[in-house]
Design a protein around this ligand. Structure first.
Ligand code: R5P
Length: 292
């Protein structure tokens, strides 16, 4: 046996085949380290470089939002259709089985409830706890133009530094305060600031006019929040337009879990994000699955 192992004829070193260096094609992410890329690949499907994130973190300032009263009943059955789950550590530990192996994007900022000034957040998670939970990314709210703008940016940059130490990406979430204007100019400003200051990817809201300028001027991937519940076809149109205009996916909550048929809706959203379905074709999928 020992003879066989050391004999040159039993080995093939493929001397004539150069080692391939594959580019990591997710927007703006090729220079990141292995751990970051691996975690991002647990959020963005490497085949499409897109993601369907299921957002259920609303309770961190809103309490039991409609559709999230019993996450074990309403959300757990949707997990198989999501690429990634965005939630708080409280929900993760209490309600999500540790056998869930897709990416978890952990809500890492918090503090004020809906009754107070929302921009007055703090970092709400220790990096050690995020590592313990094996998360794929940390999500932090950034309030550009908000009362506590600098503090919220500081929360993000501190999380970026901690994340960089351990290979954990940070999702910068552009928050729109109660009094703040939502237009493309604002979204360009807010998303670009998040990316410049180190966010690995950025979540923002879809704007009907000029959204492609937001994605074009942000050097890292952008995902859109779903926002308030819309009729299903309108939500699918929004997702479709955002993807067509350069978004790398959705981080959708209410338009999925408040849908009349959440399991059908998340599958229809997937068709748009990963298979470039038209909104009408995806809506047909929704109707068909809803009827089952
Ligand atoms: C705010 O509550 C959270 O960051 C949500 O994750 C985000 O707004 C996405 O959820 P929705 O699609 O319901 O807007």
């Amino acid at each position: 046996m020992a003879d066989k192992d050391t004999s040159l004829e039993t080995h093939n070193y493929h001397f004539d085949v150069p080692v391939k260096n594959k580019v990591f094609s997710l927007k703006g992410s090729n220079s990141l380290g292995w751990g970051m890329k691996n975690r991002l690949s647990n959020i963005f499907n490497p085949e499409t470089n897109r993601t369907v994130m299921l957002a259920v973190d609303h309770g961190y300032f809103l309490g039991p939002t409609a559709g999230l009263e019993r996450i074990d009943i309403t959300i757990v059955p949707l997990l198989q259709y999501a690429d990634t789950l965005m939630c708080t550590r409280g929900i993760l530990r209490s309600t999500i089985a540790p056998t869930f192996t897709k990416g978890v994007v952990l809500r890492a900022s918090g503090g004020p409830s809906i009754l107070k000034e929302l921009s007055n957040e703090e970092i709400a998670v220790d990096i050690e706890d995020a590592i313990r939970l094996n998360v794929a990314a940390l999500a932090v709210q950034v309030f550009i133009g908000g009362e506590y703008e600098t503090k919220s940016i500081n929360n993000m940059t501190r999380l970026v530094d901690m994340g960089n130490r351990y290979g954990i990406p940070v999702l910068g979430v552009t928050a729109v305060g109660k009094q703040m204007v939502r237009d493309v100019k604002y979204m360009r400003l807010a998303t670009r600031i998040c990316a410049e200051l180190g966010a690995s990817y950025v979540k923002t809201y879809y704007m009907p006019d000029g959204f492609e300028t937001v994605t074009a001027s942000c050097p890292v991937p952008i995902v859109i929040a779903g926002g308030k519940k819309l009729p299903e076809l309108d939500a699918l149109k929004m997702a479709h337009n955002a993807i067509e205009q350069g978004a790398c996916g959705v981080d959708m909550g209410r338009n999925i879990f408040q849908s009349e048929a959440p399991i059908a809706m998340i599958q229809a959203v997937r068709k748009i994000v990963h298979e470039n379905f038209s909104p009408e074709d995806a809506y047909d999928v929704y109707q068909e699955l809803k009827g089952k």
